[in-house]
Write a protein that binds this ligand. Structure first.
Ligand code: GUN
Length: 292
């Protein structure tokens, strides 16, 4: 049986560190970090995520404000709100929850968020800085995955990391991070040989079986089976899929657990880490705003 990478436990550890950092920042500057979250429409999963983000902020002493807009909001109305939040000195981080309704061009909205408040790190400036290995913000889910590896002491230098999925939110940025020579936590937690697989990848199982670390982020319930991994794999599951059996990941936990050395559960793995890294980014945004 694999050792469980306990995201809940590590998230609690990191959150108490952030809580202390926030308290120190407030003591030094009299500024309380603040996150503005924007939720357009009634997507049930998004509602849950946004509520969890609000609760998490409160627990570490970060202020949050939630802007709820109806599903029929136009692109220009949303842009107007983003511009207003950009200009509000009391707002340090801006998060527009995705997905957005079809009438709104997501990229246009994400491009409008001023890069110094872009706590998701989705703006092209932040994507570019990340790809050059000098990030201002590190995207939350990839950072959560890396934090788990770091806190469990799982070194990845020289290892083959196979990423399933090429999304802008997870697949591409996590690959960009792990391939760097040095990245936040030194050379042991970088320097990976990274392969990105996607829906057109041929001979997928042949590639995934080579993975020392497998990061699955495709949104397909129980997609990764035991036959697709080698003994001792470190299995990191970013998927959150609602099924009749409840929430499951992209990795068939019960099967892969028997072969892996480490595995993240769903829920309780990467999920809590994502929100934790958002808190970290909000504090970084507050620091950027006062140049400290
Ligand atoms: N929807 C799913 N994941 C995310 C995320 O990390 N950030 C935002 N803004 N929306 C999301």
């Amino acid at each position: 049986m694999a050792e469980i990478l306990d995201g809940k436990k590590i998230a609690n550890e990191v959150r108490s560190e952030i809580k202390e950092e926030v308290a120190q920042f407030v003591a030094e500057t009299s500024v309380r970090p603040q996150l503005a979250a924007v939720l357009v429409g009634e997507d049930p999963a998004s509602q849950v995520y946004v509520r969890n983000k609000e609760k998490a902020c409160e627990k570490v002493g970060i202020k949050s404000q939630l802007h709820r807009l109806p599903a029929e909001t136009s692109e220009s109305e949303l842009l107007e709100l983003v511009n207003q939040l950009n200009a509000d000195a009391a707002v340090h981080g801006i998060l527009v929850q995705l997905p957005l309704p079809h009438q709104i061009n997501e990229q246009k909205i994400l491009d409008a968020i001023v890069p110094t408040k872009d706590v998701d790190a989705f703006h092209p400036t932040n994507v570019g800085l990340l790809s050059q290995g000098r990030p201002q913000f590190v995207p939350c889910t990839p950072h959560g995955c890396l934090q788990l590896l770091v806190r469990y002491g799982i070194k990845i230098s020289g290892k083959h990391v196979v990423v399933l999925g090429r999304s802008e939110i997870v697949g591409k940025p996590v690959a960009a991070m792990l391939v760097q020579k040095e990245f936040l936590y030194g050379s042991d937690f970088a320097n990976s040989t990274v392969t990105i697989c996607h829906s057109r990848t041929e001979n997928l199982s042949e590639i995934t079986r080579q993975a020392d670390v497998l990061i699955a982020a495709i949104g397909k319930a129980n997609f990764v089976t035991a036959e697709m991994v080698k003994d001792g794999v470190v299995a990191i599951d970013v998927g959150i899929n609602r099924t009749d059996d409840g929430l499951v990941g992209d990795i068939d936990f019960d099967e892969v657990n028997k072969k892996a050395s480490y595995i993240t559960p769903v829920p309780g793995g990467v999920g809590p880490m994502t929100i934790t890294m958002l808190l970290k980014n909000t504090l970084i945004a507050a620091r950027l705003s006062c140049g400290c």
